[in-house]
Design a protein. Structure first.
Length: 134
């Protein structure tokens, strides 16, 4: 099976490092971007299986990124997980108008994040098996 491609977007490099490291350990391919505009360009060039983004970033917020991804035919189906200390600002209407499928508040545990990623990718059984093995 081809590894899942995940786009991690955060302007805090230590967050990107932790998240991308955990995903790579789980056998996934990872692309990283430090702002919404860079993320949008990467997503359009190499359509990921999932986008994990911060909410508040320079140039384009995670919400704006999610909206643009939904409006683009090539990326309209890509699910988005928002990981942010400001996740409470995302409304049900925001979720309905974007591909935001999950919101996780910072601080978060890398293991919990990986479980949510597995759920969103339909790999829940693999995530549980990995959690048991860890």
């Amino acid at each position: 099976m081809k590894p899942k491609l995940i786009l991690v977007v955060d302007d805090e490099t230590h967050i990107s490092h932790v998240v991308s490291g955990k995903l790579r350990q789980a056998g996934m391919q990872v692309m990283c971007a430090s702002d919404g505009e860079e993320a949008y360009e990467l997503a359009c060039a190499s359509v990921p299986d999932l986008v994990i983004t911060d909410f508040q970033m320079p140039l384009m917020s995670g919400l704006e990124l999610s909206t643009k991804l939904r409006q683009n035919l090539a990326t309209a189906h890509v699910p988005v997980m928002v990981v942010s200390a400001r996740g409470h600002l995302i409304t049900a209407e925001d979720k309905a108008q974007t591909n935001i499928r999950a919101v996780m508040c910072k601080p978060f545990g890398p293991r919990h994040l990986l479980e949510r990623v597995h759920e969103l990718l339909g790999l829940a059984d693999a995530g549980q098996a990995g959690a048991r093995a860890a």
